[in-house]
Design a protein. Sequence first.
Lengths: 92, 92, 92, 92, 92, 92, 92
Amino acid sequence: MATTKIKPLGDRVLVEPLAAEERTASGIIIPDTAKEKPQRGTVIAVGAGTKDVTMEVKPGDVVLYGKYSGTEVTVDEVDYLIMKQGDILAVI
Amino acid sequence: MATTKIKPLGDRVLVEPLAAEERTASGIIIPDTAKEKPQRGTVIAVGAGTKDVTMEVKPGDVVLYGKYSGTEVTVDEVDYLIMKQGDILAVI
Amino acid sequence: MATTKIKPLGDRVLVEPLAAEERTASGIIIPDTAKEKPQRGTVIAVGAGTKDVTMEVKPGDVVLYGKYSGTEVTVDEVDYLIMKQGDILAVI
Amino acid sequence: MATTKIKPLGDRVLVEPLAAEERTASGIIIPDTAKEKPQRGTVIAVGAGTKDVTMEVKPGDVVLYGKYSGTEVTVDEVDYLIMKQGDILAVI
Amino acid sequence: MATTKIKPLGDRVLVEPLAAEERTASGIIIPDTAKEKPQRGTVIAVGAGTKDVTMEVKPGDVVLYGKYSGTEVTVDEVDYLIMKQGDILAVI
Amino acid sequence: MATTKIKPLGDRVLVEPLAAEERTASGIIIPDTAKEKPQRGTVIAVGAGTKDVTMEVKPGDVVLYGKYSGTEVTVDEVDYLIMKQGDILAVI
Amino acid sequence: MATTKIKPLGDRVLVEPLAAEERTASGIIIPDTAKEKPQRGTVIAVGAGTKDVTMEVKPGDVVLYGKYSGTEVTVDEVDYLIMKQGDILAVI
């Protein structure tokens, strides 16, 4: 897992996207439309939260998030997403 | 009921949809339009809630939810829905 | 009045709609447009309320609610409406 | 003033509309457009209020309210309006 | 200044509009467009305020308010405006 | 700096706009488009604030505010702007 | 880093934009579209915060912010951006 000096602000989370699986465990090819489904990624860094939001995720968690969540950020040539914790559906 | 490592975040609920009944108890075929009605599913996992939302449902509850509620998620080849507790109408 | 195992969530109320009166007490036929007026129904079950909403209605109350309030739900072949308490105008 | 068993919910008020005056005190005919102005009515029953709204009006008050405020309700062949207290401009 | 039995509700203020000045103090004719500028009026009566709004203006204050603020009300053949305190820009 | 009897209400601020600089300090002519940039003005009077807003600016401060902020007001033939403190970007 | 007498108001931050990198560390030319990505800048001055927002960034921090965040401000011929802390994604 990449480590980084990037410190997300407020209730934001820095996520390193995992490549969308091409096939299911049993080998079935996942059609593109399926890739519309929630994406997966690893939490790299977490903000301090806000008055209204207590942070639940922590670095190392693998999370599910909506397809169009977050803002793309490239730092030291690594592509990340910065999103609000509210965009994260679950920890898997 | 499926068990899973998926931990919904905040006030979200992981639901495994139940197949829409094709016939009523007394055998009447339910037309498609009726399937627009609230859907049913079993609660698999529940988030910790948020500052504003205390969780009422628990794993094992059978619930009614709006037709277009939640986001489809497939984990270990099982299809689930992740929705906010606010989308759930009732426990039956 | 029907009893049921349905437990509405949060500030929702389960209502069994009463048939719209066809005639007034003194026999005047109520035109369809009048049926646009608030509908009547009997409260069957009540949620626990939320942080912001204390429940005022109780099972057995006959209530007035806006024409398009609530979601239709059929359980054990009985048609109900699940609505928020905020959609209920008054107890009569 | 009509009395009634209708109990408005939350911050709602049951109002019996007063006929819009046709003429001013000094006999001038009030044009229809003037009838666009706030309407008058008598408060018949008042809800208990809500977490955010303390009730100010009471049965018997004559009030001014916006032209399109409230929902028409007919009970026992008497026409009323059920409106939120927030729609009432003033007590006169 | 007119006195009146009208009691505005909540954070509303009863204002008697002052005629828009036709000329400046030094005699310059004010064009109509200038009359788009804030209007002036005298506060006649003030509501009790709300949970969120403490009343600042009092009867007798001359106030500036936005051109399209408030609702016209005629009582005892006197034209007033009922507006929210939030529509008042300043006391002059 | 003009003094005035105008007392802004709530979180409003009375500002006397400064003429947009035609040239930079080093003499470069500022194009009109640049005048789209935040405007400058002197604070003349300040409201008491509201439940949610504590006032930060004080009479005499020179402030930067968005181009289209506030409402034009002419009192005693002096042109002012009345704006919310939230429209003020900074004190310079 | 420029120092300045500009004091941002509330939860605003004064940022001096850094030139968008033309090439990556390893020399690859960054296409314009990439410049749509979050921008970088140095924090010059910070407001006092508001009732709801506690300030996290401080002068000297290098920050990432959304492409279209903030308002351009030129003071003493230096171009800055004034933005809300909420527009800042992270400190890097």
